[in-house]
Design a protein around this ligand. Structure first.
Ligand SMILES: [Zn+2]
Length: 301
């Protein structure tokens, strides 16, 4: 009996899943801890890189804003800080929960094309580094840099370390937290945005759940697993907010229809009204803490 790496419990359920984003199929075994409800891929494929084909979404080139747009984005950030902003972008909400300023050293783990770092640089943030082992090469841009370095090989220290849907792609959550603590400055903070098994869709639809995303998702936590991890590493988990999307419904429905995500036009699969309803339902689920993804805010005590 293998025990849960996170909480140590030995009681778990097994679930089989297929690769469905690209329709590659296969058979992947996950175990769900019956105590902390964390979900683990049992055997990580040797050829995991082949499940990240060139059309994987994070490999697109980042879109640089034009000079006027950059100025407007900086003004919008200044207005937001003065509490007069209307309809702010989602990263303003994350920053609002964190104790960061323009001089803070910020790392984005699994940064993909670096779009978020580019946006933060337009707002005036000056120390921005992205890490992603799947980049073609390391690159310096005006205002930020992207490094082709594995998370576990990072040597610098940061005031804020962010994981925007990358934590679930990193093997071994315990080692991941250990490394996180190592690269955080004193009073440093972390933002982990990740799918969670608290989601009603996971509970109801199991292997068809859009964000199970076998075999790319190696570990999917529950809010319980994240609390256990924070306690184990003496981090303060000071806020949790659900930010799930309409894709949890249409994506899961596509998979139930045995269709892959890539190559399917959702506007042909669902009516405008259905898509609108999915958006409203996602907002409701987030309010009830049963959406399929959440933001975890942690800090070093
Ligand atoms: Zn557990």
């Amino acid at each position: 009996m293998r025990e849960c790496e996170v909480c140590g419990a030995t009681d778990y359920s097994v679930i089989m899943a297929k690769e469905r984003m690209f329709g590659l199929g296969g058979s992947f075994e996950y175990k769900e801890c019956n105590s902390c409800k964390g979900l683990f891929l049992l055997d990580i494929p040797m050829d995991l890189g082949s499940y990240y084909p060139p059309n994987y979404y994070s490999f697109k080139e980042y879109l640089a804003s034009n000079p006027l747009s950059k100025i407007l984005k900086k003004l919008r950030y200044k207005a937001f800080k003065s509490r007069v902003s209307l309809r702010p972008p989602s990263y303003f909400d994350w920053l609002d929960h964190l104790n960061v300023n323009e001089k803070s050293r910020i790392a984005d783990i699994g940064c993909g094309n670096g779009q978020l770092l580019a946006e933060l640089s337009y707002c005036g943030f000056k120390s921005l580094e992205g890490y992603d082992p799947f980049l073609h090469e390391s690159q310096e841009f005006d205002g930020f840099s992207l490094k082709k370095i594995d998370f576990f090989d990072i040597e610098d220290k940061y005031d804020l370390v962010m994981f925007h849907h990358s934590f679930e792609h990193i093997p071994d959550p315990v080692r991941c937290f250990e490394k996180l603590v190592e690269i955080l400055n004193p009073r440093g903070e972390a933002l982990i945005r990740v799918p969670v098994t608290d989601g009603k869709v996971w509970k109801e639809e199991r292997e068809y759940w859009f964000q199970l995303d076998a075999p790319r998702h190696l570990f999917i936590p529950n809010t319980k697993s994240m609390k256990v991890l924070a306690d184990r590493f003496d981090l303060e988990l000071f806020n949790i907010s659900f930010d799930s999307l309409d894709s949890q419904f249409w994506g899961t429905e596509l998979y139930k229809r045995e269709k892959s995500y890539m190559g399917t036009d959702i506007r042909k699969e669902f009516s405008k009204n259905e898509l609108l309803k999915f958006k409203e339902k996602a907002d409701q689920y987030n309010e009830l803490n049963c959406g399929d993804q959440a933001c975890f805010y942690l800090r070093k005590k």
